[in-house]
Design a protein around this ligand. Structure first.
Ligand code: G6Q
Length: 545
């Protein structure tokens, strides 16, 4: 069954939201907050997640209308279709079942009438055995030495998820040192391998298609390097591969015991839970990888079974639509208050912008409303010393997600309290702002003259009324990380459903793959064919060196 095609702007709730927006747009969050009859309506606590959405430019009516919108767009039908393995990625004719690969194994999941759970569990066991064999030393390199380093060779969805998770779970590391090669930039791969010992390094090629220029180029560069340092027979011991393209894997010379399959119903940017996560498992151990899956599975159950009003991904997605389509905010920032999550914004950039950066609706027509948000961010407190100026005092309204943890991983509470006091102070300041009266008093107390105060005060006033969501999670664990990532995945899906777009294809990315190979041929043959005048002259100048 396919997804329904409902234009959200033609629904009754959209019209009501448009009218309601006029009532809310000039209201201040701090006043909305104090007038709320039931503050718990603005809290979405679940397991060890405490999510406060009260610092938003909303009231109960806003939430009710947004929920009505999701009902009119038949979100519940879409959720059920996604989890049932329906072909909801219609332009690629595929089911979308990244949720299946983190199943707890208790129920059947059918794709084309076939239960895929047994094969999912089998692959998981293969990952477990391989991980344990490499970490324990049961599996050794060509010269009989233990593996000490693992290099993930992949790009996009075959890189960003594993990189982000491995960094996030650094505290839980196994004895293996992880590295990531992604860019086709030869300097990237050579910089990484220059200090590696070929005898003790395992390479994992991750490519769903096994045809991606970047990944195959890097894999070949490394293969030649390995042969030059050891010999040809080393390939079968030092390379593992994750792909759907078993023929190309064999052509590369990879030992069939080191091959991990994946399914076409798992999109690249949603694939870290599959064998694409092999490097994660090697870097943090299988038990932690499994806990990551289990955390995601818990969020899947919450998403699938919780009524819309209390459903975390649903409410977050609706808030995002509220800002994107009514306040006309173009961007959203994600600010994790832990250095471990430094790669989360980059990971979410791909997940969110590749999924919902679409301008054609599910009926094939151009959309006449805004879709995918621009996502950016960095860790707090670092970002406070950088781009927070614009969030506090710039002309743009930027809703932010603040993600913090009650407990640090090292039991060092003094600094953690400092970190978290920044976390709480920032969201409060973004909402409250700083009034003229407070600024004048501060300047008076600092001994400034009336003239000085008058010329300075406007620069020091903060309007406030900047919306934020605050996530306080008990601790950064493999499980809570799994839930957090899955929460964002489902938020993406909900937004795509309401915007009436297909979130699971990526023709914009595919275009890049085609364009480069055409230009590469011209560069290799030193023959520039007809481009526009700008590109022609750039290519000629490149070739003149
Ligand atoms: C993700 C995208 C894209 C993809 C890369 C790598 O959803 O489709 O980022 O993951 O282009 O593709 P391969 O895994 O096929 O090499």
């Amino acid at each position: 069954m396919t997804l329904k095609k409902i234009n959200p702007t033609k629904t009754k709730s959209w019209s009501k939201l448009t009218a309601h927006f006029k009532e809310i747009e000039n209201k201040e969050i701090k006043n909305l907050l104090s007038s709320r009859p039931n503050p718990s309506d603005f809290n979405l606590s679940w397991n060890d997640f405490n999510i406060d959405i009260s610092k938003n430019r909303i009231d109960n009516e806003t939430l009710n209308l947004l929920i009505d919108l999701s009902k009119e767009c038949d979100l519940e039908d879409a959720i059920s279709k996604q989890f049932s393995g329906d072909v909801i990625n219609e332009t690629e004719k595929r089911a979308v079942l990244h949720t299946a690969i983190r199943t707890d194994g208790n129920k059947k999941i059918n794709v084309n009438g076939l239960d895929v759970v047994p094969s999912i569990l089998e692959t998981r066991n293969q990952i477990k055995k391989f991980t344990n064999d490499v970490i324990s030393g049961n599996l050794k390199g060509h010269t009989g030495k233990l593996f000490t380093d693992v290099v993930n060779i992949g790009i996009g969805g075959s890189d960003l998820g594993p990189v982000m998770v491995v960094e996030a779970l650094k505290h839980y590391s196994s004895r293996l040192k992880p590295h990531f090669v992604s860019n086709v930039d030869g300097d990237h791969v050579l910089e990484i391998i220059k200090d590696l010992n070929p005898e003790t390094t395992l390479f994992v090629i991750v490519s769903k298609t096994f045809t991606t220029q970047e990944t195959i180029s890097n894999a070949n560069t490394i293969k030649n390097w390995l042969i030059s340092k050891l010999d040809k027979n080393a390939i079968s011991k030092h390379f593992a591969a994750v792909s759907t393209n078993l023929i190309e894997i064999e052509n590369f010379g990879i030992n069939s015991k080191m091959v991990f399959s994946m399914n076409d119903w798992v999109g690249g940017r949603f694939s870290l839970w599959s064998s694409v996560g092999l490097s994660i498992s090697l870097a943090v151990g299988y038990e932690n990888f499994n806990k990551l899956l289990s955390g995601a599975n818990k969020m899947d159950n919450h998403f699938q079974n919780t009524k819309l009003e209390n459903n975390i991904p649903v409410v977050l997605a609706l808030l995002s639509i509220w800002y994107n389509n009514f306040f006309e905010c173009e961007t959203e920032a994600v600010i994790p208050y832990t250095q471990y999550l430094s790669r989360l914004p980059a990971y979410l950039q791909q997940a969110i912008m590749e999924s919902n950066g679409k301008s054609v609706d599910r009926g094939g027509n151009p959309v006449k409303y805004q879709t995918g948000n621009i996502i950016w961010g960095d860790t707090g407190t670092n970002s406070q010393h950088a781009f927070f100026q614009l969030i506090h005092q710039g002309t743009k309204l930027i809703p932010c997600d603040f993600i913090g943890f009650k407990k640090p991983l090292f039991k060092e509470n003094t600094q953690h309290d400092k970190l978290m006091s920044n976390f709480f102070a920032q969201t409060e300041a973004l909402m409250m702002g700083k009034s003229e009266k407070t600024v004048v008093n501060e300047l008076k107390n600092a001994g400034l003259s009336e003239h000085e105060i008058n010329s300075l005060k406007t620069f020091k006033i903060f309007e406030g009324n900047r919306p934020t969501n605050t996530f306080v999670i008990d601790q950064l664990t493999p499980e809570s990380l799994g839930s957090l990532i899955a929460m964002y995945e489902h938020k993406i899906f909900v937004q795509g459903i309401i915007w009436n777009i297909y979130s699971y294809d990526q023709w914009g990315v595919e275009l890049g793959k085609q364009l480069a190979s055409k230009v590469l041929k011209e560069i290799e043959n030193k023959k520039i064919s007809n481009h526009d005048s700008s590109t022609n002259s750039l290519l000629k100048s490149y070739l003149s060196n």
